[in-house]
Design a protein around this ligand. Structure first.
Ligand SMILES: *[C@@H]1O[C@H](CO)[C@@H](O)[C@H](O)[C@H]1NC(C)=O
Ligand SMILES: *[C@@H]1O[C@H](CO)[C@@H](O)[C@H](O)[C@H]1NC(C)=O
Length: 347
């Protein structure tokens, strides 16, 4: 990967992304609908649906990002044997949490165990120091168990903010229920708070939540109307939640055309822009969306979409993958057909 940027390229390079792919040669197996969480410089991967037909996985492994890994095969540390995830976990959300920034909270997902006919708890925690899983007792009104929920962690108040998702037989619910309640989990006191609002986004799945200062930005996914019909969300229609005031507001983004999508990822970069990647539309015969990569400038009023120029060596289209931001790299992980990590250098 070339990181040296000649100065004379000037402004154009600011909107140019260099993409490169590092092959993963050893384990782990190809998967999607997993979760990933960055704890200090260790990028943890949890569960996911395996493509070899084995279904939801209990795998737990991490990659130390403080060690360069883009030119050789990444050095995975596999904890699957010693500290497996307590259940085959997919379509969960995971966040950092706790007072020491060292605990992973794994929330929701396909919690119903078909073989043993038991329903797993809504929340598990993994302590990355002593490498143990537990199912914490959380006080307050516990939300209904759900999958396809998304979350952000605010280290300042040690709370995880959660929105959306649905319940069905895979989460031990008799019928199918979609959600637009806003749930807050205090990871220090271990308490739930449920918020209700007069003005809220519709029920939604397959969306992303991104923390930008005290604001949570809700992008994309599929909306469920009161009559049960569904529609992919217009990417220009963006709700934001203010963690200080506890209020939702609605925003319209302008400029470039971004296809509606579900199961994309979104990260905040060092210049306070939200970078979205991948996802699919709801047409199974032609799921491809365009562009794969887009930038939402949230510092401008109104918000503005920008489609950057990407290099020839672009990352492959991905859906139900994960993405994190570290230094100037967006690292998107795992694909349907190949085991790959793609690093996107954001200049
Ligand atoms: C990754 O693997 C493909 C196919 O095996 C190969 O063509 C490509 O050069 C590899 N890329 C890197 C960065 O090693
Ligand atoms: C946890 O992370 C936040 C944000 O990076 C930081 O302000 C805080 O000091 C960290 N807490 C500990 C105990 O390391």
């Amino acid at each position: 990967m070339s990181i040296m940027v000649p100065m004379y390229i000037g402004f154009l390079i600011l909107l140019t992304l260099r993409l490169s792919i590092a092959n993963v040669t050893s384990t782990p197996l190809a998967r999607f609908a997993h979760t990933s969480v960055l704890v200090n410089s260790n990028l943890y991967f949890i569960g996911g649906e395996l493509l070899n037909g084995a279904g939801a996985s209990k795998d737990l492994f991490y990659l130390d990002l403080s060690v360069p890994f883009d030119t050789s095969s990444p050095q995975w540390t596999d904890l699957s044997t010693t500290s497996p995830v307590p259940f085959g976990s997919s379509w969960c959300t995971a966040s950092l949490g706790g007072s020491y920034n060292d605990t992973i909270f794994l929330i929701g997902g396909l919690t119903f165990d078909q073989n043993n006919k038991i329903n797993n708890p809504l929340v598990y925690t993994f302590n990355t120091v002593d490498k143990t899983w537990s199912s914490p007792k959380i006080s307050g009104n516990s939300p209904q168990i759900r999958k396809g929920i998304t979350s952000v962690f605010n280290p300042d108040d040690e709370k995880i903010y959660l929105f959306g998702g649905l319940s069905d037989e895979t989460t031990s619910s008799s019928g199918s229920v979609d959600f637009n309640d806003f749930i807050i989990l205090d990871t220090n006191l271990l308490t739930w708070t449920m918020n209700s609002f007069s003005s809220t986004p519709l029920k939604r799945t397959g969306h992303t939540l991104t923390k930008w200062n005290e604001i949570v930005v809700l992008i994309g996914g599929k909306e469920i109307y009161t009559d049960g019909t569904t529609k992919l969300v217009d990417m220009n229609k963006i709700w934001t939640y203010d963690m200080n005031s506890g209020r939702w507001s609605f925003n319209i983004a302008i400029d470039d055309n971004i296809d509606s999508r579900i199961f994309h990822t979104a990260v905040l970069d060092h210049r306070e822009r939200i970078i979205i990647y991948g996802g699919m539309n709801d047409n199974p015969s032609d799921p491809r969306v365009s562009p794969d990569l887009a930038i939402l400038d949230v510092k401008t009023k109104p918000f503005k979409w920008i489609i950057p120029i990407s290099s020839n060596n672009a990352a492959p289209p991905l859906t139900a993958h994960t993405a994190i931001m570290m230094n100037h790299y967006m690292i998107v992980s795992f694909v349907y057909k190949n085991i790959k990590l793609a690093k996107v250098l954001l200049l």
